[in-house]
Design a protein around this ligand. Structure first.
Ligand code: PLP
Length: 447
């Protein structure tokens, strides 16, 4: 059978992202063969609702003809054009302009990457170059937030605060600093929003003082922490930390790789906090996962400082596939869909998803339900009063993932017993209700 031989080829030759390599050799791979809307079909013909939009990226849903046509047309007309040496392509310029239109404030300049990790990496390089251009090269220290994820490039993995991305890799951490997460469900200061904000502000101030305010280059946040377990900060948390950075002239970088493009409701989540970051990183929903692309948004002053700092010299940063015309054409088509009603649908379906998941709160295993828009999590516990996490041996996340799969649902099962949800924004009410119903069935089977 085709799928069996493919599984053998995969087992023998394909190195998977964030996987146990030895585990993969034994277990093989789960192959998907096709997809349409919010439904994916596996190699055995089983249809599943994709409650995680691939890897929180297929915001527009699968099989959107408008996107497919745009990509096909571009492949025929001009499949490649470099962005180096003053060359370019029409779709790249158009996309940059339309993105700048959507971006908050004066985030008017867009640098395209291949995904989120190199977008984050680019911001680190831009931040360093910015401070060199301002004659403050000693500003070489970076701060991020525990439970944060900022990709797995050598530099971004340091900003990432998930241990598996550091251990054994020799990630340079000496210029990277962390403050605690806002994680309301398990925060030592309790769940009161004002107390959480005050504690984070105090910790950031103390961290800046300890490093020396004149040494800090930039501070990184995800408006909602994704890979750390969908941790939603209290309203005002992002704005409060932004204000601290402004006091010290520290660059504020919003990592919107997950939260961008309608995932939490608006086009960009930081607009919900009324702030304009100095730089913003995006990927995933930018092309809805159809082809790879990321984007760094630069505010006017960051752009001008770097441009003036370089003067007539080239800013030595680039990738062969930056501003790739096919990715840009896809990005334009995806924007058409967002502007044409997909974001509104996401807002409606997000409210339904959250209400549906909240209805699971009566379940003995459900400790907390949290989320915003089409981004949500259910945190599982064995004892609600003490918030005792599921013991790994009794309910390893992968078994919950397996059960959900058997029940026709793709979710993300985080290691700490948290179930993650990020369905395509095109979901119907019936699909959202099925995601909730299949989750309940899965939890019942986990008891
Ligand atoms: N930043 C955030 C917030 C992410 O969630 C991710 C990926 O999930 C990245 C950066 C890295 O993006 P990529 O996997 O496209 O390199």
């Amino acid at each position: 059978m085709l799928s069996n031989s493919t599984i053998e080829l995969d087992r023998a030759h394909l190195v998977h992202s964030v996987a146990s390599w030895r585990g993969h050799e034994k277990a093989g791979v789960r192959l998907l063969s096709s997809a349409k809307g919010a439904t994916v079909t596996d190699a055995e013909g089983r249809e599943l609702l994709d409650g995680f939009a691939g890897l929180w990226c297929v915001n527009a849903g699968y099989g959107q003809e408008h996107i497919i046509e745009a990509a096909t047309r571009q492949l025929r007309e001009l499949p490649y054009a470099t962005g180096y040496f003053g060359l370019g392509s029409e779709p790249a310029a158009q996309l940059a302009a339309r993105l700048a239109d959507h971006a908050p404030g004066d985030l008017n300049h867009v640098y395209f990457t291949l995904g989120g990790s190199d977008a984050v990496d680019s911001t680190v390089r831009f931040a360093r170059y910015y401070w060199h251009s301002k004659d403050q090269p000693q500003r070489d220290q970076f701060i991020s937030v525990m439970n944060g994820y900022h990709g797995s490039s050598t530099v971004g993995a340091g900003l990432t605060a998930l241990p598996a991305f550091h251990a054994g890799f020799g990630v340079p951490l000496d210029w990277q600093h962390k403050i605690s997460s806002h994680y309301a469900y398990r925060n030592p200061v309790g769940s009161d929003p004002a107390a959480i904000i005050a504690a984070s502000v105090a910790e950031l101030r103390a961290k800046i003082e300890a490093i020396g305010p004149e040494r800090v280059a930039a501070f990184y946040v995800e408006p909602i922490q994704g890979s750390g377990g969908v941790l939603v900060p209290p309203a005002g948390w992002v704005a409060a930390l932004h204000a601290v950075c402004k006091e010290h002239g520290i660059l504020f970088v919003a990592d919107e790789v997950i939260t961008g493009f309608g995932r939490t409701g608006p086009m960009f989540a930081c607009t919900e906090e009324g702030i304009v970051p100095d730089m913003m990183t995006t990927a995933k929903g930018l092309t809805s996962g159809y082809v790879p692309m990321g984007a760094v948004f630069l505010s006017q002053h960051v752009y001008d400082t770097i441009a003036d700092g370089a003067g007539a010299a080239a800013v030595g940063h680039g990738q062969t596939y930056s501003a790739h015309p096919v990715s840009a054409a896809v990005g334009l088509a995806v924007l058409d869909l967002y502007e044409g009603g997909l974001l509104e649908n996401g807002v409606k379906m997000g409210a339904r998803l959250l209400a549906g998941l909240e209805s699971l709160s009566d379940h003995p295993l459900v400790g907390e339900v949290r989320g915003r828009g089409m981004l949500a999590a259910v945190e599982l516990v064995t004892d609600k009063a003490n918030k005792t996490p599921l013991p790994a041996a009794a309910a390893p996340s992968s078994r919950i993932f397996d059960r959900a799969w058997q029940n026709g649902l793709v979710i993300r099962a985080f290691a700490q017993g948290v179930l993650g949800y990020a369905p395509p924004l095109c979901c119907t009410e019936a699909e959202i209700d099925q995601i909730v119903a299949r989750t309940r069935l899965t939890l019942d089977q986990t008891l």
